[in-house]
Design a protein around this ligand. Structure first.
Ligand code: NAD
Length: 489
């Protein structure tokens, strides 16, 4: 299909070599057509073991972690290789992820490729060694300095919804900081990760073993990576449920974990906002990539007095967006990733009905699409914030609208959630907006449509949305150790 995908399927990258999988191959599927696109190497436990061993050896026996300028050079090579193969990468992303074409010029592809430059610049310019000055302890004066060093071998475990963004937001800073990496992508999107293997081996000077890519249809290989004592750190993005398993699995070796998990973020519309604009914007945003975004605002909190107006404006926008072919340039809402994911969303729609919810727009599969895992943009009204569909992450183009009784009540409802990943505030009084910003327990907030996603902007969660920050300097420092050195002055 594509110059980056060999006829027999994509290989693993272990110890600098592109190799086949010990467990054969597994299929990757186009979610818009349900067709088998092709195959990816299916790693065995022995392959994962070899990948971890290669990463350990590369970290322990090469200069990789100490040669900052070389790492910057390698990351820029990877960025250029991806840019040179942009068209092939774009076609893979649309076909394998079901990502709408328009998103590939942003966070689904071109954005994260460009962000490798931010990681490269950090490798080059970061203050690796800082003087803490003199300190006197028990009468002895010492000069202290702080060295920042790589953590070691990093296991990166990623989901399928924005595979390039998440793979590269881990790989870039982890490598820039001097670590070696074993990347284990989600079984639904193996190609997006596997093609990096060919680009790395053919177009970069990244030494053998520094990056290892292990595709598999078996989640157990993720658990194996978490448990292995040769791995120093796990960086994980995925569901909160799996995040708990990762944290438990890492406990035996007291491994550092960095968890980016689920969300059920609230859009808060204050009574001095332009209600129609706020509702329409929020409705549009939950249809982007069929709602498969952890930071989307999937609970819309509106003033009770304006509830009917808000429901009508939201339903109008959702009703006007069709789930469609991701190949087409105008499509915003493509398919869900799999039949399993569509079943999950449909289960939640059944629960909404059973809990007394009113489906005001959408509510099922689009009649016009016989194939593909599509769900129409859907609005659920008349459920309390405690309803299952207002509390649990659905991960589809589904918005729940809930009335609030003023600013304090809106903050209370926004925080009445196990999650704390993102959110938005809409209003016209800066003081009231600031009070809401201060009150909501969440890692990112958009005010009146502001966009926070950028290479230098740290992103992550409060509460059960995880801990640690991806992107920005904070995202780079997740991958560093701190060593204090004291010398008599
Ligand atoms: P998932 O948790 O099912 O899987 C994520 C990854 O973990 C996959 O690679 C999977 O193979 C692996 N895995 C599964 N079980 C494991 C185990 N026991 N030990 C180690 N690894 C294991 O998530 P998903 O369905 O692929 O992705 C959707 C979820 O990801 C949603 O909950 C979404 O909110 C979340 N997500 C969060 C962010 C964020 O930055 N906070 C970003 C994107 C997606």
């Amino acid at each position: 299909m594509n110059g980056l995908v060999p006829a027999g399927g994509t290989p693993l990258l272990i110890g600098g070599k592109l190799v086949s999988g010990g467990a054969g191959v597994f299929a990757t599927i186009n979610p818009a057509t349900e067709e088998v696109l092709g195959h990816a190497a299916n790693a065995s436990a022995a392959d994962m073991d070899a990948a971890i061993g290669a990463a350990r050896t590369a970290f322990d026996t090469t200069d990789w972690s100490r040669d900052h300028a070389f790492r910057a050079h390698c990351l820029r090579q990877l960025r250029e290789a991806m840019r040179d193969h942009l068209d092939e990468l774009r076609e893979i992303t649309i076909a394998e992820v079901g990502a709408p074409r328009m998103l590939t010029s942003g966070p689904q592809l071109e954005g994260p490729i460009a962000d490798l430059g931010f990681a490269a610049d950090l490798a080059e310019n970061y203050d690796w060694d800082t003087d803490l000055g003199l300190g006197v302890t028990m009468g002895i004066t010492s000069r202290r300095r702080i060295r920042r060093e790589a953590v070691g071998v990093v296991g990166a475990i990623t989901p399928w919804n924005f595979p390039h963004q998440i793979n590269l937001a881990k790989l870039g800073p982890a490598l820039a900081a001097g670590n070696t990496v074993v990347l284990k992508p989600a079984p639904d999107t193996p190609w997006c990760a596997a093609v990096l293997g060919q680009l790395i081996t053919e177009h970069t000077d990244i030494p053998a073993g520094v990056v290892n890519i292990v595709t598999s249809d078996d989640h157990e290989l993720g658990a194996q990576l978490v448990a292995d004592p040769r791995v120093d750190m796990i960086t994980f993005t995925g569901s909160t449920r799996t995040g708990r398993a990762v944290m438990a699995g890492a406990a035996a070796t007291l491994k550092r974990t960095f968890l980016e998990l689920g969300g059920k973020s609230a859009a808060i519309v204050l009574d001095d906002a332009d209600i129609a604009t706020a509702c329409s914007y929020t409705a549009f945003s939950v249809t982007v990539h069929a709602g498969q975004g952890c930071a989307l605002t999937t609970r819309l909190l509106v003033p009770r007095a304006a509830y009917d107006e808000a429901v009508a404006a939201t339903a109008k926008t959702l009703g006007g967006i069709r789930a469609g072919d991701p190949e087409k340039s105008g499509t915003v809402c493509g398919p869900l990733i799999s039949a399993r994911q569509r079943d999950r969303v449909e289960r939640y729609l059944d629960i909404a009905r059973a809990e007394g919810g009113r489906i005001v727009a959408g509510g099922g599969r689009p009649a016009a699409r016989e194939r593909g895992f599509f769900i129409e943009p859907t609005l659920i009204a008349d459920v309390p914030n405690t309803a299952t569909v207002a509390q649990e992450e659905i991960f589809g183009p589904v918005l729940v609208i809930i009335p609030h009784d003023g600013d304090a009540d809106a903050i209370r409802l926004a925080n009445e959630s196990p999650y704390g990943l993102s959110g938005s505030v809409w209003g016209s009084d800066p003081d009231r907006i600031d009070a809401v910003v201060a009150g909501v327990r969440t890692g990112t907030l958009s005010v009146n449509g502001g966009l926070w996603y950028a290479a230098d902007a740290p992103f992550g969660g409060y509460k059960q949305s995880g801990f640690g920050r991806e992107m920005g300097v904070a995202g780079f420092e997740e991958y560093l150790e701190t060593k204090l050195v004291a010398t008599p002055a």
